[in-house]
Design a protein around this ligand. Structure first.
Ligand code: NAP
Length: 309
């Protein structure tokens, strides 16, 4: 990356925030890393982990010196957090975030910002089903996409700084509008999570199948859904509330395609099923070819992983 930042402040030290803090240290992206969180238990863990130079519950103190402030709180909290810290940003300080939805975040945070503080929203497309400061790791963003959605007219230098920061964390940066981001992520991330939450919920509610059978016979497809359905409830509640329109649009299409598949099964139309399954297999190969997934059987799980999962 280009020049090293003097101070980066991370607000919200969960999975993503603590991974950024660790990465900023590991890859030497800032001389000083400041951790800001409202939760005393989180701050205690961050101190014990030693991943920041200053650890504080005070927004004013935490962001005062920062050149770059990254909000890593749930999407529904970003507006309120931006309102609280905006008056304390120094002139020229850049505000960014990592929210999984962009349109509503931009709308919620922008009104509180002074013109001398450019806002460069970001979304690292990387994560796990775990939460909290202990779950983060420095390499989380290596070879993963980070999408920036800079609003029209924002200082290009600020966009370059945020781009360089994410590249320093190992991410591949792509830029698009927040509207486009929300539509793309609705189908690639948000609807799949909803399907996982739904299928695991349906299985758990089945009266003819006991809970222990669901767990015992969870090989193959179902087990992978349970991993996704173990994702943070607060984060995902906020995602669906914040990206309502795009998710409803994609769910409409999904339901139509599901009806077509239902019909094919009902009428014994094997060609329709076979043709779709062939097309989808090619998509999987494309993802593996781009280095975003392993081609190893069973998602590269080791035998010991398989046993404990
Ligand atoms: P997380 O592990 O649950 O951490 C969130 C942190 O924000 C916690 O320390 C939490 O403190 C704090 N927080 C929650 N509400 C707050 C509020 N109102 N004011 C101040 N702090 C608050 O969550 P995460 O997975 O890192 O997600 C953080 C952001 O990253 C979200 O916007 C999410 O959409 C985005 N993101 C997540 C993933 C993923 O896979 N997890 C991937 C890409 C982007 P408490 O302990 O008090 O709740």
């Amino acid at each position: 990356m280009g020049s090293v930042l003097h101070t980066v402040a991370i607000v919200g030290l969960g999975l993503i925030g603590s991974s950024i803090a660790r990465g900023a240290r590991t890859y030497g992206l800032a001389e000083r890393v400041v951790a800001v969180d409202r939760d005393e238990a989180v701050l205690e863990r961050v101190r014990a982990l030693g991943i920041a130079d200053l650890v504080t519950a005070g927004f004013a103190e935490g962001v005062a010196e920062a050149d770059l402030v990254i909000l890593c709180v749930p999407v529904g909290a970003i507006g309120a957090v931006a309102a609280e810290l905006a008056p304390h940003l120094k002139p020229g300080a850049i505000l960014s975030d990592v929210g999984s939805v962009k349109g509503s975040v931009v709308a919620a945070a922008t009104p509180y910002l002074k013109p001398e503080n450019p806002f460069v929203p970001a979304h690292p497309v990387a994560g796990t089903e775990y939460s909290g400061p202990d779950s983060g790791f420095a390499t989380l963003f290596q070879n993963r996409w980070c999408i920036l959605t800079p609003p029209e007219g924002v200082d290009p230098q600020a966009v370059s700084t945020v781009t360089a920061f994410w590249e320093g964390l190992g991410a591949i940066v792509e830029t698009m509008t927040s509207e486009h981001h929300d539509l793309v992520l609705a189908i690639t991330s948000h609807v799949p999570h909803l399907i996982a939450y739904n299928i695991v919920g349906t299985a758990a509610d089945l009266e003819t199948v006991t809970q222990s059978e669901v767990i015992k016979f969870s090989a193959g497809g179902f087990r992978d859904f349970t991993r996704i359905a173990a994702s943070d409830p607060t984060m995902w509640r906020d995602v669906f509330l914040a990206n309502k329109d795009a998710v409803l649009e994609m769910l409409g299409r999904f339901n139509e395609d599901l009806s077509a598949l239902t019909k094919a099964i009902r009428w014994g139309d094997g060609d329709t099923l076979f043709n779709l399954f062939t097309r989808t297999r090619a998509i999987r190969k494309g993802i593996v070819a781009m280095g975003q997934e392993t081609a190893e059987p069973d998602f590269g799980r080791s035998r010991s992983d398989t046993k404990t999962n």
